[in-house]
Design a protein around this ligand. Structure first.
Ligand code: PHE
Length: 433
């Protein structure tokens, strides 16, 4: 399980279904940042600046340069990027205008453009390979923070990661002098396997900087002003996406904002977190933009919102090439409700083993993903016991295999399960039972 940092301070939640959505990669927090990193990895090109005309200033996006396999899967012992992860890089689902993620991105751009024409510069092609410094240090993520663990984050080498959040780009963009921006991109986190977790997902980051004149004119202190502005802006965004909904603010913790909040909306009978945000920590601004400014920042998970808005039941569907999925969505249309085109039965297989101290569930899930790819629907611990005499601990995991698009044969599943078992015993230093 990934250690989720940020959401730690969140208030009460309701059903299990909501809880799963709530902890989905969208909001929480682990990590962060990016700019210099890209250079390290030879990945990013400098962003073009400036806007085009009246719409949300059109992308100053640096194109995701093509990254070779050797640049991402290095021979450094710290490297933990798998082929199946490498293959996702450059897909950029959020750049397809009629993909649910592209539709949602477009709707959020529209909102900011209507509210503040030409104010926000958008970036949606920054390369996901970034400096660890950008992902963590520059946004004040402490040296011992759990999100830095290679159990949670993909490392190219000790100084370079696959960004685990779009906050990785805050500092670099501020250094370019951009005072209001939206960054959309794919982010990567090692994690468990279920209907709402996938090791690659998409976030949008928003930042807006204010001057002393802004808060003085409003007769408020700087933090109070930024907070008021932030809440007003995000309540408007939630309304733009979900219509007239009930909302509430919940105190949260992120290393890069203070105060920090999550916004929850009451949707389909449940409270649902939609984003994390806060007033940016002053040193990030002072250091990268200059003193005397104040800013807000938010980050939201596009899959999580799209699953709710479009009724998409499984996060793997975003990656399918099946036209029965893709054809249901239209650029610019937020009103589609996804209709399941088929529900093929899952097939369950159990695997039990004696664990060692080094065992982690994320490592197990990485193996299942690399063998079974998107056919792995869920990996769930169903038994956990410690032998009273030997003190050894045994885990039994149930793996659900299911294709979104077709029926699977017994032979196919058995072959996958055999390979999962042998890879577990080779790579995880556990003893199969
Ligand atoms: N980066 C945070 C996450 O991944 C979200 C966030 C962004 C929170 C900006 C506050 C400000 O969960």
């Amino acid at each position: 399980m990934a250690a989720r940092l940020a959401l730690a301070a969140v208030g009460p939640r309701c059903s299990v279904a909501v809880r799963q959505l709530a902890t989905q990669r969208g909001l929480w927090l682990r990590l962060g940042q990016c700019a210099a990193a890209a250079a390290t990895a030879g990945a990013a090109r400098p962003a073009r600046r400036g806007f085009s005309s009246s719409t949300v200033a059109q992308a100053a996006a640096a194109a995701t340069a093509t990254l070779s396999r050797d640049e991402v899967i290095t021979s450094h012992p710290y490297n933990n990027v798998t082929d199946s992860i490498f293959q996702k890089i450059g897909t950029n689902l959020h750049q397809q205008p009629s993909h649910p993620l592209g539709i949602l991105k477009g709707a959020i751009y529209d909102y900011f453009d209507q509210q503040h024409p030409g104010t926000f510069t958008t970036f949606d092609g920054l390369a996901p390979v970034v400096a660890a410094k950008a992902n963590f240090d520059e946004i004040l993520i402490p040296a011992d923070h759990v999100s830095r663990s290679p159990n949670d984050t993909y490392y190219v080498d000790p100084d370079t990661v696959l960004r685990c959040h779009t906050s990785a780009h805050q500092a670099e963009i501020l250094r370019q002098g951009v005072r209001a921006f939206l960054v959309t991109g794919d982010v990567y986190r090692r994690d468990s396997i279920d209907a709402t977790h996938y090791p690659v997902f998409h976030q949008m980051e928003g930042v807006r900087v204010f001057n002393p004149a802004d808060w003085q004119a409003a007769g408020m202190d700087a933090t109070q002003f930024a907070e008021t502005e932030l809440k007003r802006t995000l309540e408007g965004l939630a309304q733009h996406l979900f219509g007239a909904v009930e909302m509430r603010w919940v105190d949260a913790y992120f290393p890069f904002t203070e105060p920090s909040y999550e916004l929850e909306i009451f949707f389909n009978g449940e409270w649902l977190e939609v984003l994390g945000c806060g007033v940016m920590q002053q040193p990030i601004l002072d250091k990268n933009l200059g003193p005397g400014q104040k800013a807000w920042a938010f980050g939201l998970g596009l899959e999580r919102l799209a699953m709710v808005l479009f009724d998409i039941p499984d996060i793997r569907l975003f990656w399918t090439a099946d036209q029965r999925f893709l054809k249901q969505f239209k650029a610019g249309d937020l009103t589609t409700k996804f209709k399941s085109y088929s529900k093929y039965p899952p097939c369950y297989k159990d695997v039990a083993f004696w664990i060692s101290d080094a065992f982690t569930e994320n490592n197990l899930c990485e193996i299942v993903r690399s063998v079974a790819g998107d056919l792995a629907e869920e990996v769930k611990l169903i038994d956990n016991f410690t032998h009273p005499k030997t003190g050894r601990t045994s885990h039994c995991y149930r793996i659900a295999y299911r294709s979104m698009d077709r029926s699977l044969t017994d032979e196919e599943i058995n072959a996958l399960q055999d390979e999962v078992r042998s890879t577990i015993s080779d790579k995880l230093k556990v003893e199969l039972r």
